[in-house]
Design a protein around this ligand. Structure first.
Ligand SMILES: Cc1ncc(C[n+]2csc(CCOP(=O)(O)OP(=O)(O)O)c2C)c(N)n1
Ligand SMILES: [Mg+2]
Length: 615
């Protein structure tokens, strides 16, 4: 058979193929790749670098400052695009590649599509060992990039130019699959990037990808619907899958039609607007008192698009009804079957709409719904109190959250780690779907700012506000430079409590001594007194330290709509968190210790374990 071919290097074929992949959003055909993040070096500058230059008008290349940071931005872009569009990231071999492994794991845990293209060593091995090559004494096929295997949904090493044909096809299949999607890593051997091959023209034909909506299986569906119909005290846990499936309206309709209270995971928060009467807010370890009280009593939990991680299930000690049945509505069978759930493998929207139709006319006893509405009212009083400003010298995280929302009414919030996620989960009042963006699957310190950049790229109309602790800021802040140079509108609120506040509190809660978390409890000669505002300003942000909550609120108001990166720094109290709501979390306490506080914590721990459901 004679195929029309074009002679290209492997790297040129990659670049050309990526530009040909499209999707349709709201009737508009768009490139599915929003761009490529790149830090060039040995192993990608000559090959992929040259190729990306050739397509830069159709597929923009952005320069990151740190490979992990740029991959965070790419992941945030995909998450903020409800996984409908995504980005690629390319690195040099060795340190550049490995800097991206943590980000790969973040995408893996959170099920976010991202195409990682680390450079790899020479396939021909003639110049070995090359700069930045690790040498395995016993296995000639190992390179540093093998570290990506356990944190990639699909991993491949390209050692011949024609291998890229099936590899890219498979990559697209994984990236666009709602059940399987996650990081795809194609390790591109340096010499092979530069090698030419006669590629079939058909490989570069435009291809339009649309999201697959998996319909429920009839039998599975009948069992799940019957379970719901007999439930007296059902609740819905809305996970990230609700947002990825763009199922918010169907969820609201379903909850309203049947009177079922809804609670949200970290990934699912903003599935319903906070003011929706049946939205009980966060659930689990960082849950509202309303959600947790209902979850404790529930005889049926319909988990929609949730991984059911320990923060959601209170380490499986949250649900106390002996007759609990769990229905797992999920595109991924792995999740749908968790904890012996009745599986309902389906797209969230398709599943909810089908259930709605099947249960037409059925409603839970209004006493259950009324109980939920009353519980929410009670919770909101506690939440209002926690968020309210006061004249304390050092405000709490909760008070800063209140000030941020008063200063920026329509903000899209980005966060990932520290004490803030718990407080935000309880207290942030989200409006539209996707206006609350957390990495709390991997809770990666350093995701926040780079993530904010990715969200702002994906949703340029949004008022993106990053909230970040001093610890996370110190771990990774350099994508401020990328945001500033790209003219990205981004606001960062930095809460400085002089250390790892949440881990210090966890340490105390498990009987530990104050040790090595807050700066004051560390081995030091001089206590750090970082001028964060000056630091951020030096990277191109407009930054200032504020002395009070009211100054923060006014500052946020004044700068709304301002272009560029704006940073506010505020000192906060490391010891205060919102006491209302919340649930036990399984953190193993030492069985023997010379510290009486540890022994007491252990005793409480052993007692608490009795509430945990096994399997
Ligand atoms: C990369 C990474 N390293 C370590 C941790 C464990 N960890 C979680 S929160 C935290 C402290 C965060 O400090 P900061 O950002 O100042 O927030 P705070 O706890 O003070 O609210 C640490 C060390 C993590 N989540 N991610
Ligand atoms: Mg801190």
């Amino acid at each position: 058979m004679s195929q029309k071919t074009v002679r290209l290097t492997m790297a040129q074929a990659v670049a050309r193929f990526l530009t040909a992949q499209k999707t349709v959003i709201d009737g508009e055909t768009l490139p599915i790749f929003g761009g490529v993040w790149a830090i060039f070096g040995h192993g990608n500058v000559a090959g992929l670098g040259e190729a990306l230059h050739g397509v830069k008008d159709e597929l923009p290349t952005y320069r990151g400052q740190n490979e992990q940071g740029m991959a965070h931005a790419a992941i945030a872009y995909a998450k903020a695009s409800a996984r409908r569009r995504f980005m690629a990231c390319t690195t040099s071999i060795g340190p550049g590649a490995l800097n991206m492994v943590t980000a790969a794991a973040l995408a893996h845990v959170n099920r976010i599509p991202v195409l990682l293209l680390p450079g790899d060593v020479f396939a021909n091995r003639l110049p070995d060992p090359v700069l930045q090559q690790v040498e395995d004494f016993g296995d000639g096929t190992v390179s540093a990039n093998d570290c990506f295997r356990p944190v990639s949904r699909y991993y491949d090493r390209i050692t011949r130019p024609e291998q890229i044909i099936p590899a890219l096809r498979r990559a697209m299949q994984v990236l666009t699959d709602p059940a399987e999607c996650g990081p795809v890593t194609l390790s591109l051997c340096q010499d092979v990037q530069a090698e030419a091959y006669d590629y079939p023209e058909s490989f570069f034909a435009e291809k339009v990808w649309t999201p697959r909506r998996i319909m429920p299986d009839a039998e599975e569906f009948a069992v799940a619907a019957a379970a719901l119909r007999t439930a007296k005290k059902p609740v819905i846990i809305a996970g990230g899958g609700v947002l990825y499936s763009e199922a918010s309206e169907s969820l609201a309709a379903f909850a309203e039609a049947h009177g079922i209270p809804v609670m949200e995971t970290q990934a699912g928060k903003s599935a319903l607007p906070h003011i929706h009467a049946l939205n009980m807010g966060s659930v689990g370890v960082t849950g509202t008192s309303a959600s947790n009280m209902l979850a404790e009593e529930a005889d049926l939990v319909l988990a929609v698009g949730s991984r059911l991680q320990d923060f959601t299930t209170g380490s499986w000690a949250l649900f106390q009804n002996e007759n609990l049945r769990l229905v797992g509505l999920n595109v991924q069978p792995f999740d749908a079957h968790k904890h012996n759930a009745l599986p309902l493998v389906a797209d969230a929207r398709a599943g909810l709409e089908a259930l709605d139709a099947a249960l037409m006319g059925w409603q839970v006893d209004s006493a259950w719904t009324d109980k939920a509405l009353k519980a929410k009212e009670d919770w909101l009083k506690d939440a209002d109190a926690a968020r309210a400003a006061s004249n304390v010298e050092l405000p709490s995280d909760a008070q800063v959250i209140g000030a941020v929302q008063r200063g920026r009414a329509r903000a899209t919030l980005v966060c990932a780690s520290g004490g803030l996620p718990g407080e935000l989960h309880k207290l942030w009042r989200a409006d539209g779907p996707g206006s609350y963006h957390l990495d709390y699957g991997f809770s990666t310190m350093g995701y926040e700012i780079a993530g904010g950049l990715g969200v702002a790229l994906a949703r340029p109309e949004d008022d993106v506000v990053v909230m970040v602790g001093d610890g996370s800021y110190l771990m990774m802040n350099s994508e401020i430079v990328s945001a500033a140079m790209l003219g990205i509108r981004l606001t960062i609120v930095l809460l400085d409590n002089s250390g790892f506040g949440c881990i210090n509190r966890l340490q105390m809660a498990t009987g530990g001594a104050n040790f090595n978390n807050l700066f004051r409890d560390t081995k030091h000669v001089t206590l750090p007194n970082v001028d964060f505002a000056a630091h951020a300003a030096a990277m191109g942000a407009s930054a200032r330290k504020v002395a009070s909550l009211s100054e923060l609120e006014a500052g946020l108001r004044e700068t709304e709509g301002r272009s560029g990166v704006t940073v506010f720094v505020i000192d906060t109290d490391p010891l205060i968190t919102t006491e209302a709501g919340g649930h036990w979390w399984d953190v193993a306490v030492p069985e023997v210790s010379e510290r009486p506080q540890v022994n007491a914590a252990r005793e409480a721990y052993v007692k608490a374990l009795r509430a945990q459901r096994a399997g």
